[in-house]
Design a protein around this ligand. Structure first.
Ligand code: SF4
Ligand code: ZN
Length: 309
């Protein structure tokens, strides 16, 4: 198998593009796909500051690496969930990568230290599934860090597999509210909410993994232990099966959705207007919320009461 571009020996085949690439041309292909996504979805400009949400996994570290190589000003935030073993291993990978990323800043939020208990204990205290408590904390802390440190945009490492699996879940359960907001670029609807973007949405999980390996990025290979048995993993398995039988399925599914979504989605202005009408500062922390107290502060208050019992 030879590289489609330069005809030297290929290291990876991409059936969905009917192509194969050598190392150099593959890294170039990945950079091009991300550059295209940034431009097509007007994610950010060269002079803007980006905060990348990193977990220690291949996608987020690859994203940080790609943005830096494309010449963007990208720092990162790592949320240490306090999961024994897994969190220290992933934190080590993030720290190691950050040491090589000269001139960048790595912010760390340690759940155990800041919230008083690791994510599993916190979730148990408030009788909520761990992943749902984790989602609340991560959304809150990422947004807060982006606003407080004045970043223009927050970037996450969601890839095509993540987005197609999420779309499948949203369609299977007709989660219309989520479908409306599922896109690669979510604007800052009002002061206090950072703009959120997903520059890897044109690349599959296999491609981001290959990018990380070929670029020498040392990432945590294991999944978060809490992900075991999740619906997302099942949806990904189903989509992988379809992709093997019919290459390009994931891309057609997700990008087809984005093409059809555009004319029906409420404009960013009307979304911002709707948000402005329903959101106000949380009475405890000042972050935007639709209730008197935001869901993060409510969760922390419940955990505090439960642990005092
Ligand atoms: Fe958080 Fe659950 Fe994801 Fe682990 S699997 S990082 S607990 S949402
Ligand atoms: Zn609050």
């Amino acid at each position: 198998m030879n590289c489609t571009k330069c005809k030297t020996k290929a290291v990876i085949g991409l059936p969905r593009h009917n192509a194969a690439f050598c190392k150099t041309c593959f890294l170039g292909y990945v950079h091009d796909q991300v550059a295209k996504a940034i431009k097509h979805d007007r994610m950010f400009e060269k002079d803007q500051r980006i905060l990348v949400a990193v977990s220690g996994g291949k996608d987020s570290l690859a994203l940080w690496d790609i943005l830096l190589k494309l010449g963007y000003r990208a720092d990162a935030l790592y949320v240490d969930l306090g999961i024994p073993g897994y969190s220290s291993r992933s934190r080590e990978k993030v720290t190691r990568y950050a040491q090589t990323a000269v001139g960048t800043t790595l912010h760390v939020h340690a759940v155990q230290r800041e919230e008083g208990a690791g994510i599993r204990e916190l979730a148990m205290l408030i009788h909520r599934p761990t992943c749902s408590a984790c989602g609340t904390i991560k959304r809150y802390q990422f947004n807060r860090a982006a606003i407080e440190h004045e970043y223009d945009v927050m970037a996450t490492g969601h890839n095509l597999d993540d987005e197609a699996a999420r779309l499948l879940g949203n369609v299977l359960h007709w989660q219309e509210e989520y479908l409306e907001k599922q896109g690669p670029s979510l604007p800052a609807s009002l002061d206090g909410f950072a703009k959120k973007v997903k520059p890897l949405y044109r690349l599959t999980e296999r491609e981001t993994a290959a990018y990380a390996v070929l670029s020498g990025i040392d990432y945590v290979v294991e999944e978060c232990p809490m992900a075991k048995g999740s619906k997302m993993l099942l949806y990904k398995e189903v989509l992988n099966r379809l992709e093997t039988e019919s290459p390009g399925t994931k891309q057609k599914f997700y990008c087809g959705f984005l093409d059809r979504q555009a004319p029906n989605t409420p404009s960013h202005d009307s979304m911002a207007e709707r948000d402005r009408a329903t959101l106000h500062p949380c009475a405890t922390c000042g972050q935007p919320t639709t209730a008197e107290i935001c869901s993060y502060c409510k969760m922390m208050a419940r955990a505090k009461t439960a642990s005092a019992r």
